[in-house]
Design a protein around this ligand. Structure first.
Ligand code: XIL
Length: 348
């Protein structure tokens, strides 16, 4: 059709990396070391499109820490080697999270010295990748309003062991280990203007950030994960813009670190689904990149060939999910064009 011819012409030579750079942004993806090792065509696409690399799982505790006395850097080093091939810095994910903690560490948090466990881990990992990992999700998903604490903090194993100080302990340890690394707090559920709990979570997050900054804790960025909803209207308007402004007013940068669109329940044929997904990418990114404090955009994968959405959010009709900017055949989808469009229309 004429529409698909127009699309093919526009998709020719599409470079998210270059389009982002021209807008003063860095665009990248999360990867698994096995996939780039086993699939040269996919690896080539990542090298072509990205100048920032995140480990989807390889820097989590359960990947790095087989037991208390050992670190296993094999997978993380493969990601670092790939980033070097891409001549790209890395964004590190993640040092402190309530998930992906091995059983031995859960036990150690209750019975051992939790502060030493946390500080030793952060010091070892951040030092090893200093100069290569330029920014870290030091804390991932610290806010859980359902845990009903007045400060909104999640009752994570870290919180239970160390109290609210765990945030400051972690950030100070990361800063000491690499004073040049940019340190972020990351969370989900901050994106939508018309979902009540998300709007409330923005306020909780702002209070948390404000308190840390007021105490002089090293903290440089807020990371929005950006797991967007294919079956929800894209309400990324004045509310999101105002929230980002307030974050920036604290002197913080803004990152998007896990962007994708869950199309589990999006109806229609592939063309219809891809249009819905692209519209969500475009509207979200237009608002986010209009904020001058926004610096990096990372998608949680690059091609639908490799996405954890396949396992976690399969479609009831069993059709393959399509959450990412490139399709399973590594061709750019309308979402990739929408991303490039949003980057290139970044305001003055
Ligand atoms: C997910 C990975 O994509 C999966 O491969 C893994 O099995 C579980 O973790 N929020 C996060 C990410 O911060 O670390 C999660 O990544 C997705 C949700």
């Amino acid at each position: 059709s004429a529409a698909s011819d127009v699309y093919k012409r526009q998709a020719q030579g599409l470079s998210l990396k270059t389009t982002a750079q021209r807008a003063g942004l860095r665009y990248g993806t999360a990867i698994e070391p096995q996939t780039v090792a086993a699939d040269p065509a996919f690896a080539a696409l990542v090298l072509d499109q990205c100048d920032l690399i995140t480990a989807e799982n390889a820097l989590k505790w359960n990947a790095l820490r087989p037991d208390r006395d050992h670190f296993d850097f094999a997978a993380a080093d493969q990601v670092a080697a790939f980033a070097r091939r891409a001549r790209a810095p890395m964004h590190g994910h993640t040092l402190v999270w309530h998930e992906a903690i091995p059983d031995w560490a859960i036990h150690e948090l209750k019975a051992g010295d939790p502060r030493a466990l946390l500080v030793d881990h952060i010091t070892t990992v951040v030092r090893r990748y200093a100069g290569r990992v330029v920014s870290w999700d030091v804390i991932n998903e610290p806010v859980e309003r359902n845990d009903r604490r007045p400060d909104g903090l999640r009752k994570s194993p870290w919180f239970e062991a160390l109290g609210p100080d765990y945030l400051e302990i972690a950030l100070r340890a990361a800063h000491a280990a690499d004073p040049n690394a940019r340190l972020a707090i990351a969370d989900y559920g901050l994106e939508y203007d018309d979902i009540g709990w998300m709007v409330e979570k923005r306020g909780t997050m702002l209070e948390l950030l404000r308190g840390l900054k007021a105490r002089g804790v090293p903290l440089h960025a807020l990371a929005l994960q950006g797991h967007l909803l294919g079956d929800h209207a894209p309400s990324f308007g004045a509310g999101l813009a105002a929230f980002l402004r307030e974050v920036a007013a604290l002197g913080l940068a803004i990152y998007v670190t896990e962007l994708d669109v869950n199309d589990q329940n999006v109806p229609g044929d592939i063309a219809q689904r891809d249009r819905v997904v692209a519209d969500i990418y475009g509207r979200f990114l237009r608002t986010v990149v209009a904020e001058p404090a926004t610096q990096i955009v990372v998608t949680w994968g690059l091609s639908d060939r490799y996405t954890s959405k396949t396992d976690f959010f399969p479609r009831p009709d069993h059709a393959p999910v399509r959450p990412l900017p490139f399709d399973a055949g590594l061709r750019p989808k309308p979402a990739a064009l929408a991303m490039a469009g949003a980057f290139s229309h970044r305001g003055p």
